[in-house]
Structures are given as C-alpha cells and as structure tokens.
Design a protein around this ligand. Structure first.
Ligand code: AMP
Length: 212
C-alpha cells in the first residue's frame, strides 16, 4: 500500500519535529505542525494567535474547535493536499481524531515513545534559534550561539519551562494516549522507541513505510 496520509504522535520533545522533516522528504507530501503554526500565528499577532497564546504558555492544549478550524483551512487551502499530508502534533484528543476521520482518513500513525525522565532532560536543553529557526539541543544551558547559523540568538520556548512541561505531559497522558487504542483498533498504529538516536528513529520509519 502507498502511504500518503501520515500522523506523527508523541509527547513534548519526543522528536516529532525532526522526524516530521524526515517524513516530509520521504513521503513527499506537505506537512503541518500544529504547534509550529500556532507559534507563528502568535508571532504575527493574528486573531488565532491571540486566542491560543495563553493556553500555550500555560502548557494547556488549545481548544479543539480552534485547532480543527485551523487544520481544516490548511487542508482546504491547496488541492494538492487531497493527495496526501503529514500532520505533526495533530490530533491530540479523541474529538480531534474523530473530526479528522470525517474529513480525511490517515493511512499510518507513527507514535514516538520516550519516558518522562528523558523528556525532562531534553526540554531543559532544547533551544530555538530566532535567526534561522532551527531547534537544537545545547550541551551547556548558558549557550546562546546557534550551532547551525552561528548567530547568538538561541532562546528557550516559553512553554519549555519545567512547570509548563509538567502540564503538557499530564495533558498528553490524559488526553492523547487514548488515541493509541483508537488507531490500534484501526490497525494503523506503529510505535517506535524514540530514545534512540534521530538517525535510528528515521531508519525505523523508513522500514515501516517500506513494509506498510
Ligand atoms: P508542539 O510544538 O507540538 O509542542 O505544540 C505546542 C503547543 O501548541 C502545545 O503544547 C499546545 O498548547 C498547542 N497545540 C499544538 N497542537 C495542538 C493540538 N492538536 N491540540 C491542542 N493543542 C495543540
């Protein structure tokens, strides 16, 4: 079977963004990262951004309706998306999954599995570069120089504070993990050990896609 509609699930800092880049090139479909799009709406000061801002900085999920409207308009804005897509960080709740099922059904759901202790470590070391927009892991928490573009513009995401992370993780456990049963019942869920190196995770993804 050709895979053209893919979902990427996983807790915060499980490597979804990195693997989304890999999958986009592999499957050759447009990708929507809902968290990334929300951050850009906040930066631009749009109505959606204003509605989402407080939820995101507190580590809470943005309301389902707001997310669904955003995803629907992304899916409808380009006819190419009827041929396939990759959704990174969506759906995150059962109502979102059920709403998506009514519009367009995923072929494959990849879930990255990483224990809480590893995630906490990754969150503390995660930085974003405001010049080249890379996400990097620093070895020293004082580091401000971006290893990709060398600009001294590394900052932490506001929702990467440890208090916000705890709320995000608790929400993931309560609201997102029920999706595992939902997609297992459809026979399309594949779990990957996300504690492996990014290259190993990508290699497992390749294998899954090839055997699907
Ligand atoms: P991420 O970049 O995927 O970690 O997402 C950052 C934040 O955006 C999350 O902590 C949520 O507040 C919000 N968000 C992103 N995607 C969703 C979603 N599908 N449902 C609800 N909130 C979301």
């Amino acid at each position: 079977m050709t895979v053209s509609r893919v979902l990427l699930l996983g807790p915060p800092a499980s490597g979804k963004g990195t693997q989304a880049r890999h999958l986009t090139a592999l499957v050759n479909v447009p990708c929507l990262g809902t968290g990334k799009l929300l951050r850009s709406e906040i930066e631009k000061g749009t109505e959606v951004g204003k509605q989402a801002e407080q939820f995101i900085s507190n580590g809470e999920y943005v309301p389902d309706q707001l997310i669904m409207d955003m995803v629907k308009s992304w899916l409808n804005e380009d006819p190419q998306k009827s041929d396939g897509w990759l959704l990174d960080g969506f759906p995150r709740t059962l109502p979102q999954a059920e709403a998506l099922q009514e519009i367009s059904q995923p072929d494959l759901v990849i879930a990255l599995d990483v224990p809480k202790e590893n995630l906490e470590r990754r969150i503390l070391m995660r930085r974003e570069c405001s010049s080249c927009h890379s996400t990097v892991a620093v070895e020293n928490s004082e580091q401000v120089e971006c290893p990709v573009c060398n600009a001294e513009t590394l900052t932490s995401r506001s929702d990467d504070a440890i208090e916000s992370f705890k709320v995000r993780y608790a929400n993931y456990k309560e609201l997102t993990t029920p999706l595992f049963d939902y997609y297992t019942a459809k026979g399309i869920l594949r779990n990957i050990d996300g504690t492996q190196s990014p290259d190993k995770v990508s290699a497992e993804i390749d294998q899954i896609i090839n055997q699907f």
